[in-house]
Design a protein around this ligand. Structure first.
Ligand code: SF4
Ligand code: SF4
Length: 393
């Protein structure tokens, strides 16, 4: 839907601010839910303010953006917590995440964006097929063993696990091997999935990336692609069919779904490996983005039983790690602040392990941990793939 088509709907935002909190109906229990509003405390950093800015842009009341206006729009992590609170409760019918992505694309179209940092990773994707300015030929440098060249199952590693959190990639490979799955990785044909570009309004190059990845998968004859990255997974699942205007023709599964399936089929058996209390952080792309809440929880409880404890903000009400939609690169202090809030929440329920199922969440939590006060430093950050690989041995 084009930005202008949202105009009528924008008038239906009540400015009730329910999108700023969950448990809004209980005075003793409500908690902040929009990371940018919680951090910057101005309405222009909340969904309702961004809706008002969108209206003003469409109605040409703003002809020159200030840097503060750009900051308010691009500091939205696209977490979707606002949509989760607003939908069904108010008269506002649009999906906030889609609306704000359309808004960012409009800013880029008007020449008001991208932000410098976003343009940098876009350049790197064009030159290296990853946003981290790393050489493409080193993409699979983490892989220390031989895997088959032909297989029905592909493990799509993603840029973050390839270059920043390669323990997740190694663990995923280990778990797949233990389950006896004949799988391959795509290198050198795996390119960035395009998520960083889509989330920052930079759409020009996306179709080329999508076509390349899909053509390479189809040419390999694979029937199934599994992802340890929530961002890549959501992009393949929801954005790829929309970009191509057709179904992909192969199955797309997140590792938490696939591992759960393998357990049901008796191919993977998990033993208890955790002595302390463990909690789970729902990555926005996996939870609110695709609605995958239960498979990760089933995996964790099968390894730790009643030592699995929920944080106050979980599932649709989960607090964002703060890294998404280009926020980590353009507003690193804010991203780390949001992650620290999550670490505090995990610690407050007595967790010794904070697990997640997205390398970008882990990457940001690890950065936050480096800056955390001593009482938080004992918290361990583990991706579910790492725990599954350990529990399956
Ligand atoms: S976006 Fe929804 S919840 Fe937020 S102020 Fe508008 S109507 Fe209320
Ligand atoms: S998507 Fe997340 S950061 Fe953006 S306005 Fe909604 S709650 Fe706030």
């Amino acid at each position: 839907m084009k930005l202008e088509e949202y105009l009528g709907e924008l008038y239906h935002c009540f400015h009730c601010h329910l999108c700023s909190m969950s448990n809004w109906h209980r005075l003793d229990a409500w908690v902040p839910i929009c990371p940018s509003f919680a951090r910057f405390c101005f309405e222009s950093f909340l969904a309702s303010g961004r809706i008002e800015i969108t209206r003003a842009i469409i109605e040409k009341e703003i002809d020159k953006p200030t840097s503060r206006l750009l900051e308010s729009i691009f500091s939205c992590t696209g977490c979707g917590a606002c949509y989760e609170q607003c939908k069904g409760l108010t008269g506002f019918k649009a999906n906030h995440v889609e609306l704000f992505e359309e808004l960012k694309a409009k800013l880029v179209e008007l020449g008001w964006g991208p932000l410098t940092k976003h343009a940098e990773f876009s350049r790197s994707i064009r030159e290296n097929y990853n946003p981290y300015k790393e050489p493409h030929e080193k993409r699979a440098a983490w892989l220390k063993k031989d895997v088959p060249k032909k297989a029905e199952t592909i493990y799509f590693v993603g840029c973050t696990s390839s270059y920043r959190t390669h323990k997740i990639a190694e663990a995923t490979v280990d778990a797949l091997e233990i389950a006896g799955i004949n799988f391959r990785i795509m290198h050198p044909d795996e390119w960035c999935c395009g998520s960083p570009l889509l989330r920052t309004g930079q759409r020009k190059m996306v179709k080329d990336l999508v076509r390349h990845n899909v053509d390479a998968i189809k040419a390999s004859g694979a029937r199934r692609v599994v992802f340890s990255c929530a961002g890549c997974y959501r992009t393949f699942k929801k954005d790829y069919p929309a970009v191509l205007g057709q179904e992909l023709g192969f199955d797309v599964l997140h590792t938490t779904e696939y591992f759960s399936q393998l357990i049901e089929e008796g191919k993977l058996k998990l033993k208890n490996i955790v002595s302390g209390v463990i909690t789970y952080h729902d990555p926005c792309h996996l939870g609110r983005g695709v609605g995958l809440y239960e498979p990760p929880r089933k995996l964790l409880t099968s390894m730790v039983g009643n030592k699995f404890v929920e944080m106050k903000r979980n599932r649709g009400d989960a607090w964002c790690c703060g890294a998404g939609s280009g926020v980590k690169s353009a507003f690193p202090d804010f991203a780390v602040w949001a992650a620290l809030e999550r670490l505090k929440e995990a610690k407050a329920i007595g967790a010794s392990i904070l697990s997640s199922s997205c390398p970008f969440c882990k990457h940001n939590f690890m950065d936050a941990l480096k800056q955390a006060p001593a009482e938080l430093k004992t918290l361990k950050i583990r991706d579910i793939s790492e725990l599954v690989a350990e529990g399956a041995k």
